[in-house]
Write a protein that binds this ligand. Structure first.
Ligand code: SAM
Length: 386
């Protein structure tokens, strides 16, 4: 189909111009494993570019709009609320999607598979990544696990049409798939806060695990781990990646200002926007130093902003809010619970400034069976937090 070739080329040119797609095998793969075979006739397209507008796509009602979305850098929602909500409405919690081509390629390049490598994918979704991997290393070397039966059935249908038959498992990918271990590569396509040790255990020494890491802030990161002979995995934090969470790690606790009347009220001279806007380096420094922190910034229509902090594991845990009001000299802080989360975040942020504002690329993670630790510069730098 000529128009497909032209659309793939336009998408590829865009990804190359933005420096996302650099390696030859994946350029060819975009032609060999056409994305439209993995996109349903209706869905909800979410452009992965700043300012992009999400919209319903419908192949019958608006074929051009559908093709445009399929061959653009947009993720397309396949399932919402675990199947309870029609994904084409754009409503509900996204529970499965075919990821945007840019981040798919970025992860595949990070994975850096070699000929005949055995690959385990966590989160089959549409099956597109499993097909791309099957094209690259051979379908007999690819195992993919999907937790949702309906999504898994859709992936199996898509893969059949595309002509690939990797091993498909329905189950909890958090446990990996020991039957196929050891793997050379583990490619995780749903986000985690805590990395399941099974993935490390099932990867051979020298092997690689890539995953989207969502440590509690609204930001998410690509991380590439390498596994050592002693069963430790060491990785550096890479560029942005926002994915839905592994089912068992969906964040139950949100910002919940319970017992508001009993909250302590103070003021601070530190503008909460300074923290909210400081970028990934500050985000990682705060996450490293303040355990179990969840946070997000909530702007209002009058130019104000609240920085909201809470404990991720506890629905009725400690919380704090710091409110920026335009023109104010000091900013109101409310805090409740055993911990003073604003004080912890303020100190962690100022410490990050005192270190010279290290960027994202200077942070890394070490995994062992017992622990997950974040470090600055190197695992043995002395700047490590568990
Ligand atoms: C972003 S989608 C994956 C996209 C997919 N790789 C593709 O090529 O279309 C994430 C998938 O992870 C699945 N998932 C979530 N938790 C899981 C778990 N514990 N085990 C396996 N799959 C899981 C979701 O159901 C969803 O389909």
């Amino acid at each position: 189909m000529e128009h497909v070739t032209a659309r793939v080329k336009a998408l590829m040119d865009d990804l190359m111009a933005r420096g996302v797609l650099t390696a030859e095998p994946w350029r060819q793969a975009l032609y060999e494993v056409p994305r439209h075979l993995f996109v349903p006739s209706t869905g909800w397209a979410c452009p992965d570019i700043e300012g992009g507008t999400s919209r319903t796509i419908d192949r019958n009602a608006d074929p051009n709009g559908w093709w445009d979305a399929v061959y653009s850098d947009a993720s397309i929602v396949l399932q919402a609320d675990d199947g309870a909500t029609d994904p084409a409405t754009g409503k509900g919690m996204i529970s499965s999607s075919i990821s945007a081509p840019g981040v798919v390629v970025a992860f595949l390049e990070l994975l850096n598979v070699g000929d005949h490598d055995r690959v385990l994918e966590i989160g089959t979704g549409s099956g597109w990544t499993a097909a791309l991997l099957s094209w690259r290393v051979g379908e007999g070397n690819v195992t993919s696990i999907e937790v949702d039966e309906e999504v898994a059935a859709g992936a199996a249908r898509n893969l059949k049409v595309a002509g690939y038959t990797p091993e498909l498992i329905i189950g909890d990918g958090g446990e990996g798939w020991a039957d196929g271990a050891p793997y050379d590569r583990v490619h995780v396509t749903c986000a985690v806060n805590r990395v399941p040790y099974a993935w490390v255990e099932q990867t051979r020494p020298g092997g690689v695990i890539v995953l989207p890491w969502s440590p509690g802030s609204p930001r998410g990161y690509r991380v590439r781990f390498e596994v050592l002979a002693d069963g430790t995995a060491v990785g550096r934090v890479g560029g942005p990646a926002l994915y839905m969470m592994l089912r068992s790690q969906r964040q139950e606790a949100r910002w919940n200002p319970h017992h508001a009347d009993a909250a302590e009220r103070t003021t601070t001279q530190l503008d909460p926007r300074t923290i909210a806007d400081a970028g990934p380096g500050a985000d990682l420094a705060v996450i490293a130093q303040v355990p179990r922190l969840g946070s997000y910034a909530m702007p209002d229509d009058d130019g104000g902003l609240s920085l909201l902090l809470f404990e991720v594991d506890e629905a009725d845990g400690s919380w704090a809010a710091c409110d920026y009001t335009p023109g104010a000299d000091e900013f109101e802080v409310s805090q409740y619970g055993d911990r003073r989360l604003w004080n912890e975040v303020e100190q962690a942020f100022l410490r990050w400034i005192s270190w010279g504002r290290p960027g994202r690329e200077r942070f890394g993670i070490t995994l062992t069976r017992e622990s997950q630790g974040i470090w600055l510069d190197s695992p043995d730098s002395g700047n490590t937090w568990t």
